[in-house]
Design a protein around this ligand. Structure first.
Ligand SMILES: Nc1ncnc2c1ncn2[C@@H]1O[C@H](COP(=O)(O)OP(=O)(O)OP(=O)(O)O)[C@@H](O)[C@H]1O
Length: 338
């Protein structure tokens, strides 16, 4: 089966001209421009099958939005190919936009001054959605997102969480097979986040909707996506199961000690000499974190050695979080496999 998203050797360069300083520089700029080239997306490739929910992650400036903009036809690639829903997003613009739903957390597709349901009706017309389908489908969407009481409010009166739920509903009026979400839960409280996640799971199960999700909130990814694509400086550094990422990288644990008084690094290193421990100071000098391999003997050995010499007033053993795993990966720049 043809993948729903297929990207090959995709590249986007931005040209920006840097001005030279001084009057002489400005004069020279009139005749020859000084360009600097920024490669935002650097020859990437991946494909996504129908029904997948994929997390697209990376630090600020990694190239996520630029990729999404090329996938949705807003930007033209410098080189490479993009096929989405069997189409070229830039060439078949009109037909293409009817086949996708997009939610950008920071931007609205609803009309600010009119009631939410008027916006919905307008979009229904734009997308040519048949009445019968609209009634039954939107009833379900409205109930699941719990927005019925908001329908006669103008958008400008809604809170961010209320607006985001309406945005999601608006993106789904034509029941697109593919949904792009860029930071859909940014700034939302936990309850609204949970509601949105449950909703996304539900439409994925019910309609087999494919979802590509960009977010800085890794708990969104953990709740929804089995697969992650990780981007760093325009290149894909990991594409695979989130589970595998944890297995390969997350085997370590941290023991968090709170001592009765301040400790220093040298002293702690000496105490655990001969054991592989990475010490790191916590919030203050009495709190220290010992990073160790996930091995029971190792954990008791470290605790034993430390407890014999220092007065401990609190202690806990914590799993390394996905957040930390990913931070470690960025620090090392690439993923070690196996
Ligand atoms: N229109 C543009 N002109 C010039 N440079 C751009 C343009 N758009 C993006 N860039 C640059 O391309 C790089 C990738 O930007 P992009 O917005 O895709 O990153 P991102 O991963 O989405 O980041 P964030 O998480 O901050 O949204 C950045 O260095 C950015 O400065």
């Amino acid at each position: 089966m043809e993948p729903i998203i297929d990207v090959q050797n995709l590249r986007k360069e931005f040209k920006s001209h840097s001005s030279r300083s001084g009057l002489k520089g400005a004069f020279r700029d009139l005749f020859t421009r000084n360009y600097t080239l920024k490669t935002a997306v650097n020859d990437i490739g991946f494909s996504i099958q129908k029904g997948e929910m994929v997390g697209y992650i990376g630090e600020n400036g990694a190239g996520k939005s630029t990729t999404i903009k090329m996938l949705t036809g807003i930007l033209t690639p410098t080189s490479g190919t993009v096929r989405v829903n069997g189409m070229n997003p830039h060439k078949e613009r009109e037909r293409f936009v009817r086949s996708i739903g997009v939610v950008f957390g920071q931007r609205s597709q609803l009309w600010w001054d009119i009631a939410v349901q008027e916006s919905f009706r307008l979009l229904k017309k734009v997308y040519n959605v048949p009445d019968e389908f609209y009634e039954s489908h939107m009833k379900d969407v409205i109930d699941t997102l719990d927005i019925r009481h908001l329908l006669d409010q103008p958008v400008r009166k809604l809170s961010l969480g209320q607006r985001m739920r309406c945005e999601l509903a608006a993106a789904l009026i034509h029941n697109p097979p593919l949904l792009f979400l860029d930071e859909p839960t940014i700034g939302l409280d936990v309850l609204v986040k949970l509601k949105i996640r449950d909703f996304l799971k539900r439409i994925n199960e019910k309609y087999g909707t494919t979802i590509l999700l960009t977010t800085h909130d890794l708990s969104d990814i953990e709740a929804l996506c089995e697969r992650v694509i990780m981007l760093d400086e325009g290149k894909i550094i990991y594409d695979g199961a989130l589970r595998e990422l944890r297995e390969n990288w997350g085997e370590g644990k941290q023991i968090q000690f709170t001592f009765s008084e301040g400790a220093d690094l040298h002293e702690l290193q000496q105490l655990t000499d001969g054991t592989l421990v990475v010490w790191e100071q916590g919030e203050n000098e009495a709190i220290w974190l010992a990073g160790v391999d996930n091995n029971e003997n190792m954990i008791s050995e470290v605790i034993g050695k430390v407890a014999a010499a220092k007065k401990i007033i609190d202690m806990k053993v914590v799993e390394i979080t996905t957040e930390e795993i990913i931070r470690n990966i960025y620090e090392e720049g690439a993923v070690r496999h196996g």
